[in-house]
Design a binder for this molecule. Structure first.
Ligand code: FE
Length: 214
């Protein structure tokens, strides 16, 4: 059997929000799918037993899911995916609001609040069967896990996490520079200010002076 065949299954990326012992907890998940749509929408989450999040869901039977978009700040993925909630207050590092007592991420593509109805233990994971009890639409397009792996975003998440570890605080959001002629948004690794004076918009050729800081 070529186990790599299973890498070709598509997933999204989500930030799960929950509570443990009254404190906010959460992590990045990919194994999350809709299972039925009537009489109420239902979803299935497959969660690693060793994670604190798994314990949290079992404690309260509820969690939120924030669907990450293609424009997600890579630090958000690093914050929720590269460290354990047992040693870090992850939600304190990111802009968020609440659905009742549960945290949800600001600027997600959509949001769901889920209530566990059944669960089953597998070898390493728990499968939670849930009703969606509330849902909201945000903006943007959902991020596909394979694109996160292959588009360079994973490297940006790793770099953001490295910076976070060194400075002890979340990386500051870089200012956006937008071409006033065509709307192109500069997103290069070199700070915009450091680009040569004869640099031009890669889309329309407008000079650097046509860019505006946002
Ligand atoms: Fe332009």
């Amino acid at each position: 059997m070529d186990a790599k065949a299973l890498y070709k299954i598509s997933y999204g990326l989500y930030v799960l929000g929950c509570k443990i012992d009254g404190k906010d907890a959460g992590c990045v998940v990919d194994a999350f799918i809709q299972s039925t749509s009537s009489p109420v929408p239902t979803v299935i989450l497959c969660s690693i037993q060793a994670n604190q999040t798994n314990e949290a869901i079992k404690q309260t039977g509820e969690f939120t899911v924030s669907v990450l978009g293609t424009n997600v700040d890579p630090f958000v993925i690093a914050n929720f995916g590269f460290q354990s909630g047992r040693t870090a207050d992850k939600w304190a590092n990111v802009p968020h609001s609440r659905s009742g007592d549960l945290p949800v991420l600001d600027n997600a593509v959509s949001y769901m609040r889920c209530k566990v109805t059944e669960s089953k233990e597998l070898s390493t994971h728990t499968v939670f069967f849930c009703d969606v009890v509330d849902a909201w639409l945000g903006e943007g397009e959902p991020l596909i896990y394979g694109d996160y792996q292959n588009s360079g975003m994973k490297g940006k998440a790793q770099a953001a996490f490295q910076e976070f570890k060194e400075k002890g605080k979340p990386p500051e959001k870089k200012a956006k520079w937008v071409c006033s002629v065509c709307g192109y948004v500069y997103d290069g690794d070199v700070p915009f200010e450091d680009l040569p004076d004869d640099w031009t918009c890669p889309l329309c050729g407008a000079p650097k002076s046509e860019f505006e800081k946002q």
